[in-house]
Design a protein around this ligand. Structure first.
Ligand SMILES: Nc1ncnc2c1ncn2[C@@H]1O[C@H](COP(=O)(O)OP(=O)(O)O)[C@@H](O)[C@H]1O
Ligand SMILES: O=P(O)(O)O[C@H]1O[C@H](CO)[C@@H](O[C@H]2O[C@H](CO)[C@@H](O)[C@H](O)[C@H]2O)[C@H](O)[C@H]1O
Length: 482
């Protein structure tokens, strides 16, 4: 038992009832809130733990809450299974100005009546308490803090919240560690911990090795809640770097080649340490069915996609046809949501891969399935295209040169050039672009023209069957401000 956190108090549901009206307003405004576009109609408590440091009260509650939302923004529509969110709520009499952006609201009634509540991850003391709990391997109520005994964690590292756009929330401790606090949590093995641990065990140094992590054990199920990793100091992410080079009209091919090599190193290490499977006709047909289903759902959700749907479908059908002719593919564990923003370049020029959570909107079981590694390659190829279409200074041929260099770097290490399997690559690129259309429509509507322009190109490439008319021209992208 830790000395850092000596007592825990499991709070009553009265706490959540008193926070309910404030959370209904605050939660949907958070970047990491997954249920955008549908109102929150109520909350239910999964777990609540009051964290108490030695020698006194801090006013800090760790909550796991389900946010109930109807399926469509229509009164009376049926609810879908409620997402569970991890919240760290602080309470104070009033907030100092530095914590103003963290304000959740003023509580009117219940156990915290009269208090001001806020997102405590923005506050130094609560963030320090989490680090201390990981350092000491604390057990607090249902919370279990664990660590890699071989990595030293110094105490008293100064925390600061990362303010960039994220699907979760991160805190950097003294430029030494970074903690990712997962926001939408699900029970089960989380690939964001599982894969970096497996890679570290395999000696692959392209991924920061997890230093510590914490989980909640509830009703026989384990929820991974946070992962602490070494902080790559002075790093720039691939997206920022690519846009910077584009703005100068500079070539990025050498970096793209290095990224291809880094991706292949990670793939080879994952294939060595975790199971691989052969995908035959039935399995590929299943993959294709999933792609077609996602296309149909996306076309429902985003009307601008509809004219392209028949041509896009033919990219998936071409893959099913190859499988029907007897082609097989090897599937393995992969990153699952690879793009330039998931690659960090340290000042010495070394590339790192981060964020192995997979596509956050997909169920955990699906994210953990072995998949053709080309899926990650397709994600990166889409990302070069994204960068080229988001830059204020278009450089002709920039994306194409990066895409070619990335594939050749990948081939140098893996021995297989993804371009030699064009049907598979095109199916995955199409699937990714469709995902991006939905993602942008939901999260950043200004960016929608970027994946839509790729959809236009992919559809035109597909040689749509004569029964499905080709779209006349792709939409011209309106450049978002990155
Ligand atoms: N080990 C690390 N070293 C330095 N910066 C990191 C590290 N891990 C993540 N980051 C920074 O934090 C940001 C968010 O991390 P990420 O894992 O992508 O979170 P999310 O899943 O919430 O999007 C990244 O874009 C990167 O800038
Ligand atoms: O939050 P995550 O990093 O897990 O990923 C989600 O958000 C990404 C955007 O932040 C999104 O990526 C898309 O935009 C990027 C530019 O901002 C671009 O480099 C990617 O190629 C493009 O897919 C990602 O798809 C989404 O899952």
């Amino acid at each position: 038992m830790s000395e850092a956190v000596t007592r825990t108090v499991t709070t009553s549901p009265g706490l959540l009832a008193s926070l309910d009206p404030l959370l209904r307003e605050w939660l949907p405004r958070q970047r990491w809130f997954a249920g955008k576009g549908r109102p929150v109609t109520g909350f239910s408590l999964v777990a609540a733990t009051e964290l108490l440091p030695p020698g006194g009260k801090l006013g800090l509650y760790h909550l796991l809450v389900r946010a109930h939302q109807p399926l469509a923004p229509v009164p009376g529509a049926p609810e879908q299974p409620a997402d569970c969110y991890q919240l760290l709520i602080g309470d104070r009499e009033a907030l100092p100005p530095r914590l103003a952006p963290a304000l959740i609201g003023h509580v009117a009634e219940g156990p915290l009546a009269g208090r001001t509540v806020y997102d405590a991850l923005c506050d130094a003391r609560p963030a320090e308490l989490l680090l201390e709990a990981m350092r000491t391997g604390a057990r607090i109520g249902a919370l279990r803090f664990e660590r890699d005994g071989d990595q030293e964690i110094r105490s008293a590292l100064v925390p600061r919240l990362v303010t960039s756009e994220q699907s979760n929330s991160s805190v950097v401790y003294g430029d030494t560690f970074i903690l990712k606090l997962l926001r939408r949590v699900v029970p089960g093995v989380n690939p964001d911990l599982e894969l970096p641990l497996a890679l570290a065990g395999e000696g692959c140094d392209r991924v920061p090795a997890p230093t510590a992590w914490f989980r909640s054990e509830l009703a026989g199920e384990s929820y991974v809640l946070g992962v602490l990793q070494p902080f790559v100091q002075g790093a720039t992410d691939g997206w920022e770097l690519a846009l910077r080079e584009l703005a100068k009209g500079e070539d990025f091919a050498a970096e793209a080649r290095a990224l291809g090599r880094a991706t292949a190193e990670v793939h080879t290490a994952l294939a060595r340490t975790l199971p691989t499977v052969t995908l035959g006709h039935a399995q590929v047909q299943q993959l294709v069915d999933g792609m077609v289903e996602r296309l149909d759902a996306a076309a429902q959700a985003v009307p601008a996609l509809r004219p392209y749907a028949p041509a896009l479908r033919s990219a998936f059908e071409a893959l099913a046809e190859l499988a029907a002719e007897g082609r097989t593919w090897t599937a393995q564990r992969i990153h699952g949501d690879l793009h330039l923003g998931q690659c960090l370049r340290s000042p010495g020029g070394r590339w790192w891969l981060i964020d192995f959570e997979g596509e956050p909107s997909k169920p955990l079981a699906e994210r953990r399935l072995p998949q053709p590694p080309v899926r990650d390659v397709a994600g990166m190829l889409r990302s070069f295209d994204y960068a080229a279409h988001s830059s204020d200074l278009p450089v002709p041929g920039w994306a194409e040169a990066c895409r070619a260099a990335y594939c050749s770097g990948y081939a140098q290490v893996s021995g297989a050039d993804p371009r030699t399997d064009p049907v598979l690559l095109r199916a995955y690129e199409t699937d990714k672009a469709i995902y991006e259309v939905v993602y942008e429509a939901r999260h950043r509507p200004d960016w929608l023209p970027v994946p839509l322009s790729a959809i236009g190109r992919l559809a035109a490439d597909c040689g749509a069957p004569s029964s499905s008319p080709r779209p006349s021209s792709p939409p011209s992208p309106r450049r978002p401000r990155p």
